[in-house]
Design a protein around this ligand. Sequence first.
Ligand code: 9D3
Length: 244
Amino acid sequence: MRFDILTLFPDMFKGPFDESIIRRGQDKGLIQIGLHQIRDYALDRHHTVDDSPYGGGAGMLMKPEPLAASIEGARRFNPEATVLLTTPQGKPLKQGLAQELSLKSGLLIICGRYEGVDERIREQYVDMEISVGDYVLSGGELAAMVIVDTVTRLIPGVLGSDESAITDSFSDSLLEYPQYTRPPVFKGLKVPEVLLSGNHAEIARWRREQALIRTAENRPDLLKQANVTDKELLFLRSTGVFDV
Ligand code: 9D3
């Protein structure tokens, strides 16, 4: 998979892309990342990339010509790439969407800045707009990093065999149960007895209950799409998580 990223802040990516899974993906030749400075494609003397909106209003927009030139420039590295635009108005990024994106041969990610981009860029070039959540970022760069990270993990061979063997929490729609390692007592806090019991059926039951409680408390929206039995719903009500 080749990623091409169009941004006004290419240096933001250097640290995150030089470490951990994304570094390993590149070192193994499983992913390639190209960073492109949009400003390099601005042809005027001041390398202007923004302008004020027609019709008035606060803030600036990314002007179309440098963006178009940078998209066409980056596309030469991968003419088949799916073109993504990071915006707060985009389709919310979910594990399922990441899975779809991981099947593409390439992703060209345009990082939005200012109040947004000229609508004609969307019309002419963009296949999909993506948001990474309902909060306000300063621009699309962190969103692009999130997309690259989550897609990279899904590319066969990037994760080691034990990393990829771990079943992902979101795939079955319940949050992860609490986990403990040594020592058995830390700052006076004990590891739950059941985990030391060696009773694997009891351990599985406890973990399932804990996952249900956590999901009900923090993500009741996920409980609705999870495979939860009537008996488990009764259990949740009995614990005082009545809201289900
Ligand atoms: C004044 C109205 N704002 C729209 C909600 C303007 C605005 C806020 C933040 C315009 C751009 C931005 C910058 N954010 C992104 O570029 C962005 C983003 C985000 O803010 N949240 C979640 N996902 C994304 S993807 C790109």
